[in-house]
Design a protein around this ligand. Structure first.
Ligand code: ADP
Length: 618
């Protein structure tokens, strides 16, 4: 086999990915210039926002000083102070606006790129990954975890820088007029921060956060499952209470939220109490100091300034607290995203090969699912499926038929042995090429909420409308498509557009016909599930299967009688292979299955023969 290389799975190539704060900064600084500009402007905005306070204070001081004789006021200086107050406020607002604009552009371009990288990576992962990781979990990563980064870059990062600049400027301003009152205002701030550090620095804060995220993820999964299961509930007339898991996950989530809140409630209340009421610390200091002052007017003015200014202290410090709390949540979300990004996609060969002959050969293939280590789903299976022939896989439920079929397009990687197409190991082909030569007609018919034509063109993006119509005609869908409100331009899933099960199946077959891959793997349930459309579907399949290597996962023996080869599986092992007649003659496993099947058929025929005589229970 050729050298295998792993494609780059993220931003850091083959180097180990950064973790924690380093990773957060790496992601936040993807648009470095914009982010740095935003942070710098934010700092300037904060610094300038103090100028109105200082200007107004100076204005009042001038007025108080010259209160006895107002003619002593310097009008030019007073006007300058007025302009400083207005101009300072306007500049601070403008700078903040530009800072937020830069941070928003940086945030949206970063998360757009990140979402693209993530979805591309998820799409490149083998199907096995998807069966082990729920849609709910992946949806939460894309919608919530990555989205949170937008808030961090757009708002919290400038807030963080601003909130760090704010205390520094506050400190400078507070100590500018009277250091004793400045100190009295600053002590409560230090106190409240020590309190927060004690609460959130505690070990159990991280444990809480992990459990909180887990329960949120669980609830998401259960919600997706619940919505998907609604048809089943209706079909079986079950009440909503049958969805115990969903109910349970909501309860667990509720309990965690409550515990989380209770755990930090006291800390938070004391923090808010202190930070919102700094004046309570100031007043006693003012009273004590007022006894020994000589210039009572100036001291009263300074005291008023500190009391008013202390009221505005809370906002930046509360912001800083939320940045710290959210930072933890974001870090946890990024960690979960990175777990997915660290999952290696399918290994790609360095020297991909192509083939001109398309027989499929299983050579001593074994496969074990990730979560079923003790039992192999497929064990030491060898057989070949000839080009231009139909090979049917039969066996009891759970015997490994679907697993074997999934190994052909490398939805899973074999644990031992090899799958070969035209003599070439499928691992020596590029996955893109492999997928282009195999058509998989799944049991679950999935149609996108796009036009009928687009749904067919998924088979071959480059084929034109004419080719799509031709494929639809071959798949016996043209007539019903033309009856739809907008023909081929009808969007599936919109109001008044209802397709029957058989019609949906034929659309999927049209897709496969358009793809025209030389190897077809199909589930018999897809082919014969709808008796009303059976003749049409049969016709569609005849077109699809012409001169191809066809593997059918068979559930009903009647449909495989005409197969060129029947492969009989049991408990993951190949027990017999041959044509129907040869296998019946051999009197082995297949022959017994056929006897059972025929007996079942005869029983149903005898019931049909006597429709008026209901079978009474014995
Ligand atoms: P069949 O198609 O013959 O019904 P399958 O190939 O679906 O059988 O299953 C073979 C065995 O592998 C069974 O024991 C089944 O429980 C197990 N299996 C199938 N799919 C998965 C999966 N995604 N994860 C773990 N085990 C699986």
């Amino acid at each position: 086999m050729n050298t295998i290389t792993a494609p780059d799975v993220g931003t850091s190539g083959n180097k180990p990915r950064k973790t924690g704060m380093a990773r957060l900064w790496e992601l936040a600084l993807r648009k470095k210039l914009l982010v740095i500009t935003s942070c710098t402007l934010s700092v300037f905005s904060v610094a300038i926002s103090f100028s109105p306070f200082i200007a107004i204070y100076s204005l009042i001081r001038e007025l108080v000083t010259h209160s006895a004789d107002l003619s002593g006021l310097d009008p030019v200086f007073m006007t300058k102070l007025g302009w400083l107050a207005c101009g300072g406020a306007a500049t601070a607002i403008l700078l903040n606006f530009v800072a937020l604009m830069c941070s928003h552009i940086a945030a949206f371009t970063t998360i757009y790129q990140l979402k693209l990288d993530f979805t591309r990576h998820v799409a490149a992962l083998p199907l096995g990954f998807h069966s082990e990781n729920s849609t709910g979990k992946l949806r939460k990563i894309v919608d919530d975890n990555i989205e949170k980064l937008e808030g961090f870059i757009a708002h919290q990062l400038p807030d963080l820088v601003g909130s760090i600049a704010m205390p520094v400027c506050t400190l400078a301003v507070l100590f500018l007029f009277d250091w004793r009152l400045g100190l009295a205002s600053f002590i409560p701030i230090i106190l409240s921060y020590l309190l927060q550090m004690t609460a959130f620095g505690a070990k159990n804060a991280q444990t809480f956060l992990n459990k909180y995220q887990d329960s949120l993820e669980e609830m998401n999964n259960a919600a997706v499952e619940y919505v998907r299961g609604i048809p089943v509930i209706k079909a079986f007339n079950q009440t909503i209470y049958s969805f115990r898991r969903f109910h349970q996950t909501i309860k667990t989530y509720g309990t965690f939220c409550l515990n989380y809140t209770m755990e930090f409630e006291t800390y938070m209340e004391v923090f808010l109490l202190i930070i919102n009421h700094v004046y309570l610390f100031l007043i006693p200091v003012i009273i004590v100091l007022s006894g020994g002052v000589s210039d009572y007017g100036t001291f009263a003015l300074a005291s008023c300034f500190y009391l008013v200014f202390s009221l505005s202290l809370a906002t930046p410090f509360i912001k800083l607290l939320y940045v710290a709390q959210n930072g933890r949540m974001i870090l946890n979300g990024i960690e979960r995203m990175d777990t997915v990004l660290n999952t290696p996609p399918l290994l790609e060969t360095a020297a991909p090969q192509t083939v001109s002959e398309y027989s499929v050969c299983f050579d001593r293939v074994s496969f074990t699912y990730h979560d079923q280590k003790e039992i192999a789903a497929v064990q030491d299976v060898s057989f070949s499926a000839r080009q231009g022939a139909i090979t049917a896989l039969v066996g009891p439920s759970g015997s490994g038929k679907s697993t074997l079929a999934h190994l052909i397009p490398r939805f899973y990687e074999v644990s031992a042995g090899a799958v070969r197409i035209g003599g070439v190991d499928i691992r020596d082909m590029s996955s893109e090429y492999l997928l282009s030569i195999v058509s998989f007609v799944f049991q679950d018919v999935f149609l996108f909420k796009q036009t009928v034509a687009d749904n067919i063109l998924i088979g071959d993006r480059h084929a034109g409308r004419a080719a799509a119509v031709e494929a639809a005609q071959a798949a016996q869908c043209h007539e019903f498509i033309m009856r739809l409100p907008d023909g081929y331009d009808t969007v599936i899933g919109t109001k008044n557009v209802h397709l029957s099960g058989g019609e949906r199946q034929r659309l999927v077959i049209a897709r496969a016909i358009l793809k025209n891959a030389p190897i077809i793997v199909l589930d018999e349930a897809t082919a014969f599930a709808d008796p009303e459309n059976e003749r049409n579907i049969q016709k569609a399949f005849e077109t699809l299967m012409k001169n191809k290597t066809v593997l059918i996962i068979a559930h009903r023996l009647s449909t495989v009688r005409g197969a060129d080869k029947i492969v009989v599986l049991d408990k993951g092992r190949l027990v017999e292979e041959g044509t129907h007649n040869a296998l019946v003659k051999a009197g082995g496993r297949y022959s017994r299955m056929w006897d059972h099947y025929s007996a079942g058929q005869n029983w149903s025929i005898s019931r049909k023969e006597a429709p008026d005589s209901p079978v009474k229970p014995a």
